[in-house]
Write a protein that binds this ligand. Structure first.
Ligand code: XBP
Ligand code: MG
Length: 260
C-alpha cells in the first residue's frame, strides 16, 4: 500500500461554511427576482440539503412543497434560469468577501502544499462558485494549488454517487488507496466511500447529526492552535488539529484494517 499522495477536499461545509449565509441567501434573492414567493428559512434549508446540487434542490422543492399556479409551466427552463442567477448572486457575495474559509483551512492547505502532497477538489457546487471563493479568500494564485477541480455538472450523477471522486482520481492518475477525502456531510461521505477513499469528516452545525458510519475520523472542524478540534468519532491519535501527520496515520490504519 502506498503512502499519502493527494488530499481531495469537498468545498461546501468543509472548506467554508457556505450554506446558511451563502447559498441559502443567494437562492432566496434569486427567487425574489424571479417573482416567486419562496423563501427558504434555515430549518427548511436544513431539510433541502439532503438534495445535493442547486438545480436539483430547486426542482425537489417545487415538486414537494409548491402547489397550483405557483408551479412554473416549464420547470426545467425555470430551474436553469433561476439557478444561473443564483450563481451570479453567490459569486458576487464570495467576491465581496462575504463567505469565509473555516478556521484552520488556510494553514492546512499551506502545509499540504509545502509537503508536496497534491491537492484536489471534489464538489457538487458550480465551478464559478469555487473559483470566486478561492480567489477572494486565498488569492488568485491559489487556483494553481488545486491540481484538479471536479465540480458541479462535470459528472452526470452528483453526490452521494461516487462519480465526482472517480473523475478527480482519474484526472490525478492516482489509486484511491494513496489519497484521502475530507468531507462534511453524510452525502459527501457516501460518495467518497463508494470511491474507496479513506475519509475524514469535519462536521458543521448542519451536518453534526448525520450518519458518519465508515469515516476514518469525525471532528467538529480542522482545528487551530487556539481552538483545537473536538473528536466526535474515531481515534485522533492525540492530535488537536487536522494535519498531515494525523492524515497519514489514518490512511495507514485504514490500510491495515483492509488487510485484516
Ligand atoms: C454542496 C451542494 C451544493 C450547494 C449549491 O454539496 O449541495 O449544491 O448547496 O451549489 P457538497 P450549486 O458539499 O456535498 O458538494 O447551486 O452551485 O449547485
Ligand atoms: Mg459538503
Amino acid at each position: 500500500m502506498s503512502s499519502l499522495k493527494a488530499i481531495i477536499f469537498d468545498v461546501d461545509g468543509t472548506l467554508a461554511d457556505t450554506e446558511r449565509h451563502g447559498h441559502r441567501v443567494a437562492f432566496n434573492r434569486a427567487f425574489h427576482e424571479f417573482d416567486v414567493p419562496w423563501d427558504w428559512d434555515e430549518n427548511m434549508y436544513a431539510q433541502l440539503l439532503a438534495i445535493t446540487g442547486g438545480k436539483e434542490r430547486i426542482r425537489h422543492y417545487v415538486e414537494h412543497y409548491v402547489a397550483g399556479e405557483e408551479i412554473p409551466t416549464d420547470l426545467t427552463l425555470f430551474t436553469k434560469s433561476v439557478h444561473a442567477r443564483k450563481t451570479e448572486i453567490y459569486v458576487d457575495m464570495a467576491c465581496r468577501g462575504q463567505i469565509l474559509l473555516r478556521p484552520g483551512v488556510e494553514r492546512l492547505i499551506s502545509d499540504i502544499k509545502d509537503a508536496d502532497v497534491r491537492i484536489a477538489i471534489a464538489t457538487t457546487t458550480t465551478l464559478a462558485n469555487v473559483i470566486a471563493l478561492f480567489t477572494a479568500t486565498l488569492g488568485l494564485e491559489a487556483l494553481d494549488w488545486f491540481e484538479v477541480i471536479g465540480a458541479g455538472d462535470m459528472v452526470d450523477k452528483k453526490k452521494p454517487a461516487p462519480d465526482i471522486y472517480h473523475y478527480v482520481l482519474d484526472k490525478l492518475g492516482l489509486p484511491a488507496h494513496s489519497c484521502m477525502a475530507i468531507e462534511d456531510s453524510a452525502n459527501g461521505l457516501q460518495s467518497s466511500l463508494a470511491a474507496n477513499l479513506c475519509t475524514v469528516i469535519t462536521a458543521n452545525a448542519y451536518t453534526r447529526d448525520d450518519n458518519f458510519k465508515g469515516a476514518a475520523l469525525v471532528v467538529d472542524g480542522i482545528g487551530t492552535p487556539e481552538s483545537p478540534f473536538a473528536c466526535l468519532q474515531g481515534n485522533a491519535y492525540g492530535a488537536e488539529r487536522v494535519g498531515l501527520p494525523l492524515l497519514s496515520k489514518l490512511l495507514a490504519a485504514s490500510h491495515s484494517t483492509i488487510q485484516l
